[in-house]
Ligand binder design. Structure first.
Ligand SMILES: Cc1cc2nc3c(=O)[nH]c(=O)nc-3n(C[C@H](O)[C@H](O)[C@H](O)COP(=O)(O)OP(=O)(O)OC[C@H]3O[C@@H](n4cnc5c(N)ncnc54)[C@H](O)[C@@H]3O)c2cc1C
Length: 529
């Protein structure tokens, strides 16, 4: 018989103050020159913690999008139909300008402020970040194209407009990216979609195996032209209002990311504008992808944060063997270790956003490092957070299960793990002074911890001996060193010391194997509740 009262079940974590309760995030926003954004982030953090928004996020994932290829009279329409919750999410995100803030309202610290907003948003729902990051990443390239002047206003708007109309007629637009084909997503030189010049545009024929946000107003697409692989801007509608030649074949049946649509598509003479230098399409698109990779790191750090807070909340309220779970010494060890990892991920992600504008070489080098490391750590981290909730963590009533299914996407798309590590090697080869560049970042924390100084001393040899087979080791090692440096400079002493003592000496231990001094202070800092 169902009981009226649930004993020892943990109260629902709702109406939480996501920003106000995040001491480290507030410090990072101030440290990286975005203090002006604090009031807005505070408001946003309170909004995103509300029960109403938790329900919206849940609904968007329980009712995934559907593809409608033909209208009721049998004409091809290629529409994707979403739950209203999806539109609520996109409306709120665009109003907060997470898709264009740094370009529409540029100012010092704008990338950091936007990254902090994105980090908070990732704690609510991740599928809706897909169109947001692709639009954010594409805008600088698109604003540079005289042929796309009519798109400028809706690209820089704070309105969400899902109406099926040509982009320049809309109040706001979203943009996707189409590169991956059946025969390869990492090796983009294998792309077979063809582009034939047609006046000042081109007609594209071929397919894309992954084409997320097929309902977007346009996509950046890679295709083979006479000059070699080239980048094109492919609107969903032609200027006359007719559908462009983009056929949606089916939607992917994905492990997670259920709120978001990802399609398989064919191009049947689809009209597109050339963008960037002909024959340099891969380089053009990889410059765009650097920004989506940054967002993968921020979003994974955000998901880690959300699941950490859920785990802490649970452990403080749940009792076992006569006491609160959080007071069990081994549980404290696990939670403190996770709190350290979560804060380290946040600092690295925001430091990268900070570098995005003014430190292009550092940004180039640390982007694959952060994307690889944070997205990979998030997978294991979220699994651990689920376990703190016991069986509840595995059930769909609790949002950790959704986060667990979502996490691998960030590791795979926009360059899977190995590709990121190989990209780090490429960045090191192309940057003759990479040691000096890294030392410029890491040297500021020298003297902060014995293990850190020891690791720093190994840096020249690690870089010198870097090779393809060992690229993962190098990427994770650099990531840990950068995170340690950031925590020593900006984190609490307990966290900086604990990170160095556990991450720089022990290699790849599971969460909770290192016992940290000052665990209570670490947990209080993580989520005061
Ligand atoms: C939910 C989702 C949405 C997506 N949305 C889009 C989208 O909107 N647009 C788009 O273009 N793509 C999209 N993708 C595709 C994604 O970017 C690719 O799946 C990814 O880049 C990997 O390409 P692939 O699947 O062809 O795998 P492959 O390229 O075949 O790679 C398979 C594995 O081999 C590894 N590998 C490859 N080369 C090497 C090497 N030289 N050395 C060592 N390891 C190597 C890779 O790291 C990977 O782990 C999406 C994917 C997912 C899951």
């Amino acid at each position: 018989m169902a009981g009226k009262t649930s004993f020892n079940q943990v109260p629902w974590l709702e109406n939480a103050d996501l920003f106000g309760g995040d001491t480290a995030l507030k410090a990072a926003v101030r440290t990286f020159g975005a203090a002006w954004a604090l009031p807005g982030l505070w408001r946003r953090g309170r909004l995103l913690g509300r029960a109403q928004w938790l329900d919206i996020a849940d609904a968007a994932n329980r009712h995934p999008p559907r593809l409608i290829q033909y209208d009721r009279l049998g004409a091809r329409c290629d529409r994707v139909v979403f739950d209203p919750a999806w539109h609520d999410l996109l409306g709120s995100i665009t109003a907060a300008r997470l898709h264009n803030a740094a370009w529409a309202v540029p100012r010092a610290g704008a990338q950091v402020a936007r990254a902090a907003g994105f980090y908070l948003q990732a704690q609510l729902e991740a599928g809706s970040l897909c169109p947001v990051t692709m639009t954010y990443a594409a805008i600088p390239l698109l604003l540079d194209q005289p042929a796309l002047a009519a798109w400028r206003r809706p690209l820089l708007s704070d309105r969400y407009d899902p109406r099926p109309l040509p982009g320049p007629e809309k109040a706001g637009v979203l943009v996707g990216m189409g590169m991956t084909e059946k025969q390869g997503g990492s090796d983009l030189r294998s792309n077979r979609t063809r582009a034939e010049a047609d006046g000042d545009r081109a007609r594209l024929s071929g397919h894309k195996w992954f084409f997320s946000v097929p309902q977007a107003d346009a996509h950046l697409v890679l295709a083979q032209a006479a000059a070699g692989p080239s980048c094109y801007f492919m609107p969903r509608f032609r200027d006359d209002g007719e559908l462009n030649g983009i056929r949606l074949l089916r939607l992917k049946d994905k492990l997670g990311n259920h709120s978001n649509a990802s399609a398989e598509v064919e191009f049947d003479g689809a009209l597109a504008y050339p963008v960037g230098e002909p024959g340099r399409g891969i380089a053009t698109l990889l410059a765009v992808a650097a920004r989506t990779r940054l967002d993968c790191a921020i979003a994974s750090a955000g998901m880690m944060r959300m699941t950490l807070v859920e785990a802490l909340h649970h452990a403080r309220h749940r009792r076992a063997f006569g006491g609160a779970l959080v007071d069990a010494p081994l549980m404290r060890t696990v939670l403190a270790d996770m709190a350290i990892e979560s804060e380290a991920a946040m600092w690295l992600a925001l430091r990268l956003a900070d570098a995005a504008d003014n430190e292009p070489m550092l940004f180039r080098m640390l982007t694959p490092v952060a994307k690889y490391w944070i997205c990979k750590r998030a997978e294991a981290f979220i699994g651990e957070a689920m376990e703190v909730l016991g069986g509840n963590g595995y059930c769909e009533d609790f949002r950790l299960a959704r986060a667990y299914r979502e996490a691998p996407v960030n590791a795979i798309w926009e360059g899977a793990g190995n590709i990121m590590c190989l990209d780090l090697l490429r960045a090191l080869q192309r940057q003759p002074d990479s040691l000096a560049l890294l030392m410029g970042e890491l040297g500021a924390a020298a003297g902060g911890h014995r293990d850190y100084d020891h690791a720093l001393g190994q840096l020249p040899e690690k870089l010198r001996s870097a090779d393809e087979a060992g690229a993962r080791h190098l990427a994770s090692w650099v990531a840990r060193l950068v995170q340690a440096g950031l925590l020593l400079r900006y984190g609490s002493k307990a966290i900086g010391d604990a990170y160095c003592a556990s991450r720089l000496t022990q290699g790849d231990a599971l969460f909770g194997e290192a016992v940290h001094r000052g665990a209570s202070a670490i947990l209080r800092r993580a989520w005061p509740e």
